[in-house]
Design a protein around this ligand. Structure first.
Ligand SMILES: NC(=O)c1ccc[n+]([C@@H]2O[C@H](COP(=O)([O-])OP(=O)(O)OC[C@H]3O[C@@H](n4cnc5c(N)ncnc54)[C@H](O)[C@@H]3O)[C@@H](O)[C@H]2O)c1
Ligand SMILES: O=c1ccn([C@@H]2O[C@H](COP(=O)(O)OP(=O)(O)O[C@H]3O[C@H](CO)[C@@H](O)[C@H](O)[C@H]3O)[C@@H](O)[C@H]2O)c(=O)[nH]1
Length: 323
């Protein structure tokens, strides 16, 4: 019995692989290394360089390793890129996911865990946003993920496949033991960018909009430590293996921090003053995005242990120093 981790050489997937190995699972990673790194995957995991859209390869891996669960991280993740290249995003996130799901059905793999996103909500009207809120993505990225959620929903009705789709809010931080972290070049995520600026890897950073209707005028996000997110996947895997029902669950803490609060935390952790410039609003940014976080606690019994912005930022900074 093995777990197939797609995108296991990427930021979040590499944390998952470490966690599964620690739990004594057999792990096989498939990753095309488009944004991931071979070195991010420990030797104890089987690694196959390949594409999730390659059905023959996926079929072979499922058979050879006796895969009983797929954890599907592989995808394209940059929201503005998805606006510029919608068909590329629908191909990599939706069409390739369809291939993967079809091979899982064919091989009778019983369990599937999917990396979805808060971007499926678009500009939510109520905050915190619960799983039953209207789904109105405003980017091809969000739509490409929502279509995969729907494929899973319909497939699980027609075939013996149970799934958990986890809608991540803003994932940040790094492995507390310093074994992996976010290595993505040209990253756009606030905490990553601010850590690079704090260490002189870039001259400074821009604050995209100070005129939002929020406490200090900057956008608010629900930043979740990658280790807590990974524990949610472990909980989801146990839930499915124990015969639990399929579920769609938000992954966040239920409270947020503004851009200025995040930058303060980075300055505190790094002991420096960042070079910050005010810039216009970034297209597509919602003023506030906070997870309604009750359902995941009820369904999976998930309890976060790293819900602390200073801790998240410190771990991200420690990884950035190591890179
Ligand atoms: N980082 C976040 O804040 C965030 C938020 C919401 C959802 N997500 C989702 O989490 C998942 C992982 O994101 P991440 O931040 O680790 O990104 P990442 O870019 O670091 O990881 C993605 C990995 O998938 C691989 N990959 C991409 N397309 C592939 C394909 N067709 N076949 C095989 N491998 C492929 C890449 O090489 C990379 O290793 C993504 O699906 C993303 O949409 C991330
Ligand atoms: O240099 C920067 C980078 C970001 N921001 C702001 O910081 C906030 C957070 O931005 P970012 O870290 O880029 O995350 P989001 O745009 O909120 O999107 C992330 O979180 C979403 C879920 O909430 C996921 O769907 C996306 O994949 C993931 O990139 C936003 O208000 C940005 O405008 C800046 O002001 N300056």
């Amino acid at each position: 019995m093995a777990v197939l981790v797609t995108g296991g050489a990427g930021y979040i997937g590499s944390h998952m692989v470490l966690d599964l190995l620690e739990a004594g699972e057999e792990v096989v990673v498939v990753d095309n290394l488009s944004t991931g790194f071979r070195r991010a995957v420990p030797q104890e995991a089987a690694f196959v360089e390949g594409d999730v859209g390659d059905g023959a390869l996926i079929a072979r891996l499922m058979a050879d390793y006796g895969v009983d669960a797929v954890i599907h991280f592989a995808g394209s993740i940059v929201v503005p890129d998805s606006v510029a290249d919608p068909l590329g995003y629908y191909l990599n996130n939706t069409v390739n996911s369809r291939t993967l799901i079809a091979e899982a059905v064919r091989a009778r793999v019983p369990h599937f865990i999917f990396s979805s996103t808060a971007a499926v909500y678009g500009i939510a009207r109520e905050m915190p946003v619960g799983e039953d809120a209207p789904l109105q993505p405003i980017s091809p990225y969000g739509t490409s993920k929502l279509m995969t959620e729907w494929m899973l929903r319909d497939t699980a009705i027609a075939h013996p496949l149970s799934y958990v789709a986890l809608r991540y809010f803003n994932v940040a931080g790094a492995d507390p033991k310093g074994r992996t972290g976010q290595s993505t070049p040209r990253a756009t995520h606030l905490i990553k960018v601010a850590c690079e600026a704090a260490l002189g890897k870039r001259p400074g950073l821009e604050i995209y909009g100070r005129d939002y209707d929020t406490s200090d005028g900057t956008c608010i996000r629900d930043y979740i430590h990658v280790s807590d997110l990974i524990r949610a996947h472990g909980d989801a895997l146990r839930h499915l293996r124990a015969g639990g029902d399929s579920a769609v669950l938000n992954c966040g803490y239920g409270h947020g921090a503004s851009v200025l609060e995040v930058l303060d935390a980075v300055e505190r952790a790094a002991g420096c003053t960042l070079d910050k410039r005010d810039a216009p609003r970034r297209p597509g940014d919602a003023p506030e995005l906070i997870a309604g976080a009750d359902r995941i606690r009820e369904v999976l019994g998930w309890t976060p242990i790293h819900d602390d912005l200073d801790g998240i930022v410190s771990s991200a900074l420690a990884w950035e120093r190591k890179l």
